[in-house]
Design a protein around this ligand. Structure first.
Ligand code: HEC
Ligand code: HEC
Length: 461
């Protein structure tokens, strides 16, 4: 259940500390890595590590609880994404290049006019600014960012995929999103000289020939597509699935290159860790927000670690228009990931006995998880409005007003999040927290879409 175990040793260590805090088992020893010996002297005397002890000049931070300061410092920097052993091409540049081409290619969709970048737009921090995404039709949920998303263990709001590559087939075949299908996708790659060369350069030649591929065929498509799929031999089906999985692996390799970069908060943490006070990096309001975030407001209970997400599923009961939530969230997601033929334990994974495979095989559908969604990262959050799995909260001030009052929160007897209670924030505190959230955005990746494709521009401002 711990989401961070494959990042770097340091962040694993710190995140484990974070989870212990969540479980109420605070172990000062587990924070030793940031230089605390457990005795917890006041920050000003502690000197953060072995460095020279000097008084902090910054009152806002000097008065911060030592535990809160440790949490803040352990939330930076964000290391590179953890290795993905289920995808042996995860960090292969030629796979990433093929993935980049396909990401912006509208021919991947059934209608020919939707690409991944329709909903994950480089100049919107790889989101789309809509409540619910629109592709071929309106999707069921709000599009999360893909920047730094390779850090997640479970993908999507409900965690119904356990890898980025395994997820890829879902939007492509989803009739509301891209309305395509896997056989059509394989045909596209085999028919296009450049895509074919890119595919073969990474994965080697496929034994599939265009002649044996029907125009559309998929086990999860419309009736015509399913019928065509059933007419294929199991060997052909397997070969199509294999090429589809490889294409997914190339799209994942591209997405792993999407990094948010060093944010003002990271620069503050670096300065403070080096013995400075960081006062020149964040404004007074931003620093007050930081103190609240890692202290009294308890945001860190779930938005923990350098990704600002514990990777787990929680029901925070966001209000729904008629008071009747319909999205089962993780309750269905658990079943979907377990039964996914493209999961880490499946035959197209490159690590079927690995840790993720074991986790995915063991996932249980728990009634407690009805209406729970994965804690989103807060890195880049200033760029990704509107918010929540259904995009129902338009801006950060409204998100914070919700946490402040929990007004309209859906109370579901047995699956309630015990951690949340109304924070009673005043207007200044809401402003400060909002200002702090704004410091979590780095420069973003520089992405140059292939010429002639949709979604031009870079995500840099
Ligand atoms: C029609 C809009 C749309 C298109 C097109 C689309 N997506 Fe998404 N994407 C979404 C939505 C909505 C979600 C959240 C789905 C959910 O949680 O149910 C999502 C989730 C994701 C996630 C999970 C991110 C996370 O934090 O867990 C990844 C990865 C992803 N998409 C990649 C892609 C790729 C690659 C493509 C192209 C093959 C693509 N998407 C096409 C809307 C879209
Ligand atoms: C109990 C765990 C928990 C706590 C505590 C918590 N959050 Fe969240 N947060 C979540 C979950 C889960 C979601 C997504 C909920 C959904 O979509 O239904 C979320 C969503 C958000 C979002 C929207 C992000 C997006 O991309 O849509 C923001 C912003 C946010 N939280 C900030 C905060 C702040 C600030 C605090 C402290 C005041 C806080 N959270 C406390 C679990 C938590």
């Amino acid at each position: 259940m711990i989401a961070f175990d494959s990042i770097s040793a340091i962040s694993r260590f710190l995140s484990t500390g974070g989870l212990l805090v969540l479980a109420g088992v605070v172990s000062a020893g587990s924070f030793a890595i940031v230089g605390c010996d457990g005795a917890e002297p006041p920050v000003a005397e502690r000197g953060l590590g072995d460095r020279e002890v000097r008084p902090a000049k910054d009152d806002v931070i000097a008065n911060m609880e030592p535990a809160a300061l440790r949490r803040a410092l352990s939330s930076s920097p964000l290391p590179p994404p953890p290795a993905d052993p289920t995808n042996q091409y995860a960090d292969d540049p030629s796979a990433a290049e093929l993935g980049r081409r396909l990401f912006f290619d509208t021919r991947v969709s059934g209608s020919g006019d939707v690409s991944c970048a329709t909903c994950h737009q480089p100049d919107r921090w790889f989101t789309d600014g809509l409540e619910k995404s629109r592709g071929v039709d309106t999707a069921a949920r709000h599009a999360p960012t893909l920047i730094d998303a390779a850090h997640h263990r479970w993908f999507n709001w409900d965690g119904r995929s356990d890898s980025m590559w395994g997820h890829t087939i879902r939007p492509i075949e989803n009739p509301l999103e891209m309305g395509g299908d896997r056989t059509r996708l394989v045909r596209l790659v085999l028919q296009d000289d450049e895509l074919k060369a890119g595919y073969e350069a990474t994965f080697g030649a496929t034994s599939l020939s265009l002649g044996e591929l029907p125009p559309v065929a998929s086990p999860s498509g419309g009736p015509r597509s399913v019928e065509a799929w059933e007419r294929l031999s199991p060997v052909q089906q397997d070969r199509i699935n294999r090429v589809t999985a490889n294409i997914g692996k190339s799209l994942a390799a591209f997405q792993r290159t999407l990094r948010g970069g060093v944010s003002p908060f990271d620069r503050w943490a670096e300065a403070v860790s080096a013995g400075g006070d960081g006062g020149e990096i964040l404004s007074d309001s931003e620093r007050r927000g930081l103190v609240l975030f890692f202290g009294r407001a308890e945001c860190w209970e779930c938005h923990s670690g350098p990704l600002f997400s514990d990777g787990e599923f929680h029901n925070i009961g966001i209000p729904v228009p008629d008071g009747l939530p319909r999205d089962p969230g993780r309750y269905d997601g658990a079943l979907l990931v377990k039964n996914d033929p493209f999961n880490a334990a499946g035959r197209y994974s490159d690590d079927v006995e690995g840790r993720q495979a074991i986790l995915s095989r063991g996932v249980k559908r728990d009634p407690e998880s009805w209406g729970a969604f994965r804690t989103p990262t807060l890195r880049g959050v200033g760029r990704t409005a509107p918010y929540m799995h259904d995009g129902s909260i338009p801006d950060l001030a409204s998100v914070l007003r919700f946490y402040s009052t929990l007004e309209g929160a859906i109370q579901l007897e047995h699956h309630q999040e015990s951690v949340l209670s109304p924070l009673g924030l005043d207007a200044q505190e809401i402003e400060d927290l909002q200002a702090f959230l704004g410091t979590l955005t780095g420069p973003g990746p520089r992405v140059v879409p292939p010429p002639g494709e949709r979604g031009t521009g870079t995500s840099e401002e």
